[in-house]
Design a protein around this ligand. Sequence first.
Ligand code: HGY
Ligand code: MN
Ligand code: MN
Length: 418
Amino acid sequence: MTSAAEVMLRCSELDAFTASPTHLERTHLTPQHRAANAPVAGWMRRAGLRVWQDAAGNICGRREGAAPGLPALLLGSHLDTVPDAGSFDGMLGVVMAVAVAERLGARIDAGELAPLPFALEVIGFSDEEGARFGTALMGSRAVAGSWNDDWWDLRDREGVSLHQAFLDFGLDPRRVGDAARRPDELVGYLEAHIEQGPRLEAADHALGFVTTIAAARRFRISITGEARHAGGTPYERRRDALVGASEIVVAVERIARDAGALGTVGRIAVQPGGVNIVPGRADLSLDLRATTDAARDGAWQKILTEMRAICDARRLRLDVVDTHVAPAAPCAPWLQDAVVAGIRATDHPDPLGLWSPAGHDAMAIADITDIGMLFLRCHDGISHHPDEGVREDDVALGLDAFEHAVLAVAEAHAGARR
Ligand code: HGY
Ligand code: MN
Ligand code: MN
């Protein structure tokens, strides 16, 4: 059986598939993505799963239940990363899902367990972060049937379109719809993931269950002023885009904090970028999240009002493009209960329920089936950073909890059909 040590080892093996010699970076439809799908497919086969790559580049595995063709309980997470990533955001959930499918399969084949009342599927999603093309959850949105054909013209930093990236990866853009699953094909979705925050560690809990996943929106904000000579242009004649953008960055933090939301400007680009030129243009990213859609949108309206006031005062032009929107995704009570049952089966103290400010593929899959999530404590809450870490003993507890959660789903599902 795949142990917690083997799970950790597999996550570090996937680090080898990176676009950079100095840090981990594996993005959508790249050679690194293709390379990472291969060992995951191998682990899935060793777990007794039938394996295929779907029309959106997700790597999938399936074990039939008590009868062939039953609806499936889907377990999974993502295999893509942010730039300079840690080894566990996404990858841990995929590797744990394969290990749990292997454990349950072995117990069923040994006659220790009755065959499950559903098929068990594992999926490694191709793009949760949106790091290459700016729009997130494209792998899971293909599975959810919420693919948006406007995405085909999205371009990466080298100017490669998503359409071309599909072709380069060996996929047929016209067939992306084949990845879509129907609600009647699924029983539910469970995802194990590091918390990507400090709350479990602060409470000294190894595991927790997710109550809801944050509502999120992302924007591209362009501030346009006028590039001028840094020496010859008096302040009263300047329309400095970077100073305006800087006021906006500080305002985003203040307004988001006051609104109980989370606003982050993760990227800023300045043009023309000469040290002796007053910046004529500044392009910012904005990542905005809150527990509910209403809280998120309320914070956004305040930020937008403040941005307009700052730009008016400085005679700057403001342009805003929505690049990503994801509604809050509540976890289904019956799947929360299954995850709690799984955690309790590990003699864990009273399981902690947490909202997830981090986004997950479960948000997209929530469009077609009920979702549940198991959180694992991570070192100092660090994520989207190479220092991301999990403890082997927590992963061991997580595997047991995940396995018991699937059995709790089986019990609930069978009970609902009696
Ligand atoms: O941004 C997020 O919350 C996720 O890690 N993609
Ligand atoms: Mn992430
Ligand atoms: Mn993630």
